[in-house]
Design a binder for this molecule. Structure first.
Ligand code: IMP
Length: 195
């Protein structure tokens, strides 16, 4: 008889993130998406910190659907912009804006700025039974003066990782994942869950 694996929800419907998490988890537990548990809610992300938003999402699922759950939130922190766009990275150029609009605004705000140091930070909140755990991952880089490359998503064409010297959008998914904010936070989570 087949033994069923423990189930845990990843509070996302992003196919790419799910695939990445499932590959890391191997056959130690089953990762379900929001759609797979019948959750089509527009979960509010109203906190002003990454940790706050990750916790809102994970608690939402645990409280309403009863599943153990983890949720992530990521921001790009630019030193010369006092940490902006930060927790507002997805909607930096306004609620209707896309990645191209966000990058354009970022480059405009950094025109003529010499210090282009930035970091991506991912925070993952896990709710497992009565326990709440937080995992963080970050990667240091610099904002380019113009976009380069076509891989990835979001700010990848303008983020030059210090560890590789390359824009994320010119790195393979595997190479990016090995040093990225989300890769690091995810590996912390998976290590905790599988130990
Ligand atoms: P989320 O919390 O993963 O949805 O990330 C929030 C926003 O940060 C996204 O909409 C992207 O603009 C940006 N972002 C997150 N991760 C990455 C990445 O790996 N590369 C580029 N941009 C990212």
């Amino acid at each position: 008889m087949e033994r069923s694996l423990p189930k845990i929800v990843f509070a996302t419907n992003n196919a790419h993130k799910l695939e990445e998490a499932r590959a890391l988890a191997g056959d130690s537990f089953e990762i379900l998406s929001l759609a797979e548990i019948g959750c089509h809610d527009d979960i509010p992300e109203t906190a002003d910190t990454l940790e706050g938003n990750a916790l809102i999402k994970a608690r939402w699922v645990k409280d309403r659907y009863g599943y153990d759950c983890f949720a992530d939130d990521t921001g790009l922190m630019v030193d010369a912009l006092d940490g902006a766009p930060g927790v507002y990275s997805a909607r930096y150029a306004g609620p209707e804006c896309d990645a191209v609009g966000n990058m354009r605004l970022l480059l405009r705000n950094l025109e003529g700025v010499a210090d282009r140091h930035a970091r991506f930070v991912t925070v993952i909140a896990l709710i497992l039974g009565e326990r709440t755990e937080i995992f963080t991952g970050s990667v240091e880089g610099d904002i380019a003066t113009e976009p380069h490359g076509t891989n990835g998503f979001g700010y990848d064409p303008v983020f030059i990782a210090r560890e590789s010297g390359l824009p994320f959008a010119e790195m393979s998914a595997e190479a990016k994942n090995a040093i990225s904010h989300r890769g690091r936070a995810m590996r912390g989570l998976i290590e905790f869950l599988t130990r």
